[in-house]
Design a protein around this ligand. Structure first.
Ligand SMILES: [Cu+2]
Length: 330
């Protein structure tokens, strides 16, 4: 038998508790759907706790209780009442409650929603397409921006294997299935940054297929979308210009799009405004100017098996120039 001292137990509880809060926890809901699911979790948990305590008490009486108490537990009533009637009543109650919560979610996803975002699961990142201020398509990646208090319809697609889109603070998870369009309505209830994760094993870099959700006040969101719809900024310094030249001379445009330039490929994430994203490699790496240099030269260590080849041919000076260019794409 493994003996865990009281200190060990407290430590384990402390770890368990830290796992429950933070940027990727369904227990800190900040979306309408997540707020509906939250009481279902707590109800199931507390019913489970109460039933466990009841069983412990009955077992304790059976083992150590006074003789006449033990005799009373010996009858058939306990088997029929505690073993059949009680679980049927409790589990049926929980089941109906669960169905009602699911029904509420399903009805909600039939609501119109104002604005649509199309998200496609790639290997192993997310393509995110907004409809811009003039109804045009605005291609972005690896981050979902939401206006607080507005119901936004997400269309979830895949052009490869099955993925599952899960932003626990905002809503439940929904699969992305090749050949189908699954829809869900997201409504953030307060501004803030949370994190999401692919929740269906999809091969090699699945564990590092994450994303950030940035909920912003409506006006801020509108300004952001306006900026996101613009073509890429022109290089403003000699270093940025050198970075752009290296970008085109080394074939980066064969897989990436930078709107407003001749780089037009959508094999990898759109980089038009990559400098303003919170992360690189679908939340594998926090975004700062060093991150770009590390990603270009060493992405197979940062995110093993991802589909961008590592570029080891660059000198430090060339990597800094490329990083300066990409960082300027805000
Ligand atoms: Cu996955």
């Amino acid at each position: 038998m493994i003996r865990v001292g009281r200190g060990g137990l407290l430590l384990a509880l402390a770890f368990a508790a830290t796992g429950c809060s933070g940027v990727q926890s369904a227990l800190s809901p900040s979306g309408v759907e997540a707020l509906t699911i939250d009481p279902l979790f707590w109800t199931s948990t507390w019913v489970g706790v109460v039933v466990t305590l009841m069983v412990v008490v009955v077992v304790a009486i059976a083992l150590y209780g006074p003789k006449d108490w033990r005799a009373r537990l010996g009858g058939n009533w306990l088997v029929v009442g505690g073993g059949i009637v009680f679980p049927v009543v409790v589990l049926t109650g929980l089941f109906i409650y669960g169905l009602l919560v699911m029904q509420a979610g399903a009805l909600r996803s039939q609501e119109a929603g104002e604005g649509t975002v199309t998200i496609t699961g790639k290997l192993w990142w997310w393509e995110v397409i907004y409809s811009g201020p003039n109804g045009e398509e605005v291609v972005s990646a690896n981050e979902l921006r939401l206006p607080v208090g507005r119901a936004v319809r997400l269309r979830l697609l895949s052009d490869n294997v099955i993925h599952s889109f899960w932003a626990p603070q905002i809503a439940g998870k929904l699969d992305m299935i090749p050949g189908r369009v699954n829809e869900v309505v997201f409504e953030a209830t307060k501004p803030g940054v949370s994190r999401g994760q692919c929740a269906e094993y999809c091969g090699g870099a699945h564990a590092l297929m994450s994303f950030y959700v940035v909920a912003m006040e409506e006006a801020e969101y509108a300004a952001w979308l306006q900026r996101e719809a613009q073509p890429a900024r022109e290089p403003a310094t000699p270093e940025e210009t050198r970075g752009r030249d290296l970008f085109f001379a080394n074939g980066c445009g064969a897989c990436h799009q930078v709107r407003g330039t001749e780089a037009r490929s959508l094999i990898g994430p759109d980089l038009t405004h990559v400098g303003s994203r919170l992360s690189l490699g679908a939340a594998a790496l926090e975004n700062d100017p060093q991150a770009f240099a590390r990603w270009i030269a060493d992405n197979q260590h940062i995110k093993p098996e991802n589909l961008m080849p590592p570029f080891r041919q660059f000198s430090d000076e060339e990597l800094s120039a490329l990083a300066a260019y990409l960082d300027s794409l805000e």
